[in-house]
Write a protein that binds this ligand. Structure first.
Ligand SMILES: Nc1ncnc2c1ncn2[C@@H]1O[C@H](COP(=O)(O)OP(=O)(O)OP(=O)(O)O)[C@@H](O)[C@H]1O
Length: 235
């Protein structure tokens, strides 16, 4: 099967009423990385992820290595606030498989297996809306990964979680990264340092600096990146 990646953005931009809010952005996203998209509030992290995933119409070009409709089927998105069906955890896990025509029994068996991987087994029969924030995000991640997407976008998946729940989600993200290219928007620099292999630093809707995570964190090349990592306000 031809890989979905690299994804290529050429002049991708979010424009509203004649104003460019984000972009233009040119970048290549190769397979295999955990890319942390970082930057101050309003710098365009969420918009960039949404443009890449096709949730946000964009100017410019967003090119996949396979036809766009196929590309959509082979990627997934996890939101800061998980959106779940008002049904059981098991039904939520099985849902993406059922949508793809997987027979009920097989979908149920795969949902059970995925629940084991994500420590959700004891919750399988519970209504998903009754879960805690950390459990919900684990469910959202498990559901997003059950179709084995080649690319996963995660937009601030731990922003509303405490330290313990954050670490649990991070562990699952890091595990998933061995099979799935990951693009993670985060304001948590500890998290970016722990799991990213590559960084995209956004400022005012543009890519200000990008490169391997080790190099970025140990020796950022721009004054704005240095200030941002110090925790200073970057304008
Ligand atoms: N659909 C939209 N309509 C109008 N403005 C928008 C829209 N989406 C994003 N913006 C604007 O684009 C800019 C980038 O927003 P975005 O949410 O992508 O930034 P962010 O880096 O994710 O911010 P935060 O860290 O606060 O979540 C902001 O100025 C925001 O107000």
């Amino acid at each position: 099967m031809v890989s979905l990646l690299p994804l290529r953005l050429e002049g991708a931009a979010l424009v509203r009423r004649g104003r460019t809010l984000v972009g233009p952005i040119d970048l290549d996203l190769p397979a295999g990385d955990v890319t942390a998209v970082i930057g101050p509030n309003g710098s365009g992290k969420t918009s960039l992820l949404r443009m890449m995933h096709g949730l946000q119409p964009a100017r410019g070009r967003i090119r996949w290595s396979v036809p766009e409709a196929e590309a959509r089927q082979r990627q997934a998105f996890v939101f800061q606030r998980p959106i779940v069906l008002r049904r059981s955890v098991a039904a939520n896990l099985a849902y993406p498989l059922r949508l793809r025509g997987v027979p009920r029994e097989e979908a149920r068996a795969r949902a059970d297996e995925q629940a084991r991987r994500f420590d959700l087994t004891t919750l399988l029969t519970q209504p998903a809306p009754s879960l805690s924030g950390g459990e919900l995000q684990r469910l959202a991640l498990a559901r997003a990964l059950i179709t084995e997407p080649e690319l996963l976008f995660a937009d601030e998946p731990c922003a509303a979680l405490d330290g313990r729940a954050t670490r649990a989600v991070e562990t699952h993200l890091a595990r998933a990264a061995s099979r799935t290219t990951l693009v993670l928007a985060t304001h948590d620099m500890g998290q970016a340092r722990r799991i990213a292999t590559r960084v995209i630093f956004l400022l005012h809707g543009r890519v200000h600096e990008t490169g391997p995570a080790d190099a970025f964190f140990s020796d950022p090349q721009t004054e704005a990146a240095r200030a941002f990592l110090r925790g200073d306000i970057v304008e």
